[in-house]
Design a protein around this ligand. Structure first.
Ligand code: SF4
Length: 290
């Protein structure tokens, strides 16, 4: 299944070589001496092509945190600061077995809570955040996670990024998740030059219809984690290279680039212990097996 889809994208890639003059760059990327600057319309069309191509490559894109309800997703997202989703997924089974509801977590012994979440790092401040959120959910929201942005960001330690993850994936309300991968890729794709996450969110939101926002975020983040890495993007193995003005920022040799691929793209386990049924890779190992 994955190969078939990857094949379709490669065919598109060949036919679109002319978009980058066969030299690895689209006209808007500043790579070709005589290429005209890309118009706004051209950029929007190219951005939407990138989204469609990523949708084929990552047809299984999903949130990479394991969760069963909005409370678990909120808590897991808060824990994911400064660590990997994998480490959070390896920690939360024990956490939610001990404290399945906001009421249970609000009454937790802080030292015990810290001990359980220690593998995620910054466990003292994260324990304080978890207690603060749980108390607020219990006292102000009837023990339920609210489904409105303004309520979510009123919870201690919850910013727009966390709120959008929860709204998009637990409430089906579209949102753009501007994490570090999304910031980097949006700039590499030429969708924005902004550095501030709120400004990036606003500018990218102008390019895509609202109904695309949540899945667009997953696809871009999947691509950032697997292929378009921060230090060594695997340009030579990138299925959207023909649409990217930053082609050449990383390794362009196809064989060497292939060795840089991560998770299922490189034949390794993913981040979720309990991935969705269509995930083509292997599940992540539990903490004690890691
Ligand atoms: S890996 Fe290279 S070609 Fe692909 S999106 Fe990233 S910078 Fe562009």
């Amino acid at each position: 299944m994955r190969n078939e889809r990857a094949g379709r994208v490669s065919a598109t890639q060949d036919s679109a070589e002319s978009e980058r003059g066969g030299a690895g760059r689209v006209s808007g990327g500043g790579g070709g001496g005589r290429a005209k600057p890309e118009t706004r319309l051209g950029m929007v069309r190219r951005a939407r092509k990138i989204n469609r191509a990523l949708a084929e490559v990552y047809y299984y894109a999903h949130p990479e945190l394991d969760f069963r309800d909005s409370f678990e997703l909120l808590i897991a997202t808060v824990l994911s600061a400064q660590t990997t989703d994998l480490r959070v997924n390896q920690t939360t089974p024990r956490l939610f077995a001990a404290y399945p509801t906001p009421e249970d977590m609000a009454n937790a012994d802080p030292a015990e809570l810290e001990r359980i979440i220690r593998p995620t790092g910054f466990f003292r401040s994260k324990a304080r955040a978890l207690l603060g959120i749980s108390v607020a959910l219990r006292d102000r929201f009837d023990g339920q996670v609210p489904g409105r942005l303004e309520d979510l960001v009123s919870l201690p330690g919850v910013g727009r990024k966390t709120a959008h993850v929860v709204l998009g994936n637990a409430f089906g309300r579209p949102g753009i998740t501007v994490d570090t991968h999304f910031q980097r890729l949006a700039r590499r794709f030429g969708w924005t030059e902004q550095k501030d996450p709120d400004k990036i969110e606003a500018e990218v939101g102008e390019i895509f219809p609202k109904k695309e926002w949540t899945m667009l975020s997953h696809r871009v983040i999947f691509h950032g984690r697997r292929i378009c890495h921060s230090r060594k993007p695997a340009c030579g193995a990138c299925p959207i290279a023909h649409l990217c003005p930053s082609f050449g920022e990383g390794e362009t040799d196809p064989e060497r680039a292939k060795k840089l691929l991560k998770y299922e793209m490189g034949g390794f386990p993913g981040q979720r212990l309990d991935p969705p049924a269509d995930y083509p890779g292997k599940p992540a190992p539990p903490l004690d097996a890691a």
